[in-house]
Write a protein that binds this ligand. Structure first.
Ligand code: ADP
Ligand code: MG
Length: 302
């Protein structure tokens, strides 16, 4: 098969591993810089151009769209879909998952366990917003933050009020969330491929930090997850309509709580922590599912 990888940099670990795994399975792999893809909308004849050349006859596309280029990346991926190329994750599902609030709304409707989360616009509503999520300490998050940037722990009601007020003053979109203290600065990343958790790791925040992101100095280790955690992760990926997803779960006193669902989960941490060939499993998924014109919007309404 001929498989395109949308990525800004072919030297990134995840990109390199996808190329390696695809080539090992006998496929032709090509990395295209997402921001250098441009397109023409013509009736019945969608095209993607790349450095003067027309990109065609790909069987599948692996989108690795960075958070900062979600809008453009989703447009390029949608164009591949219009051309009938099979995407490992669909543009609609990726866009859905990039908005933390939208994701939580969809997961909540389906009964998935979540930290209690609030969203408001007017500064006058801040006191009640804080009460709604159970008071301080609480977590304040930018809706489109990533890698732990834009996630703040407010220890007291006073601190929470001023931070929320400041964000609102800047017109930043934030949500307010119950702080799951008992998680102890750890979370579980479940890597889901095609409805199965194929690898899982525990990420532990460094000393004095509550965010477990590896980019914030967290460390990763192999972990055995419970059947309930497994079912939660699979369910969350399905609701979001993602074939490949990194589902982040907090262990709480009331069971597994989904924090977020990532549509371009990194391979480096998870492959190192588990020793699994996750890239190879993604290629297998493509082999088993890629057919022309098989983009049907999946996942839940919304
Ligand atoms: P990002 O998209 O930036 O990774 P997350 O929502 O995943 O944002 O939050 C980053 C980290 O902060 C999580 O991995 C987790 O360790 C910690 N965290 C986030 N929300 C909570 C919460 N409600 N309770 C406890 N810890 C949290
Ligand atoms: Mg995260």
């Amino acid at each position: 098969m001929k498989i395109a990888i949308m990525s800004r940099n072919k030297n990134l670990y995840s990109t390199r591993r996808m190329v390696e795994a695809g080539e090992a399975a006998g496929h032709e792999m090509r990395v295209v810089d997402t921001l250098r893809c441009y397109m023409s909308m013509k009736s019945n004849d969608p095209e993607i151009h790349y450095r003067g050349e027309i990109l065609d006859d790909f069987d599948a596309v692996i989108p690795r769209i960075g958070a900062s280029i979600t809008f453009y990346g989703a447009a390029v991926l949608r164009q591949f879909e219009m051309m009938g190329v099979f995407p490992i994750n669909e543009s609609v599902a990726i866009t859905r998952s990039r908005d933390k609030l939208r994701s939580l709304q969809l997961l909540a409707r389906k009964g998935v366990g979540l930290p209690v989360t609030g969203f408001a616009n007017a500064p006058d509503d801040i006191p009640d917003l804080i009460s709604m999520v159970g008071g301080a300490p609480l977590v304040i998050k930018l809706l489109e933050g990533t890698q732990g940037i834009g996630v703040v722990l407010a220890e007291t009601r006073k601190a929470a009020e001023s931070v929320i007020e400041a964000f609102m003053g800047l017109s930043a979109n934030i949500m307010v969330q119950e702080y799951i203290k008992e998680a102890g600065g750890a979370d579980i990343r479940c890597f889901v491929v095609d409805g199965k958790v194929v690898a899982a790791m525990k990420r532990q925040a460094k000393e004095g930090e509550f965010r477990s992101n590896l980019h914030r100095g967290g460390s990763a280790a192999l972990i055995r997850i419970t059947p309930e955690e497994r079912a939660t992760a699979v369910n969350a990926a399905r609701i979001m309509g993602l074939n490949v997803a990194g589902v982040d779960i907090l262990r709480s006193n009331r069971g597994p709580l989904v924090m977020e669902v990532n549509s371009s989960p990194g391979l480096e941490g998870i492959e190192a922590a588990t020793g699994k060939d996750v890239a190879g499993l993604i290629i297998k998924f493509i082999e088993q599912n890629a057919r022309p014109n098989r983009t049907a919007t999946k996942g839940t309404r919304g």
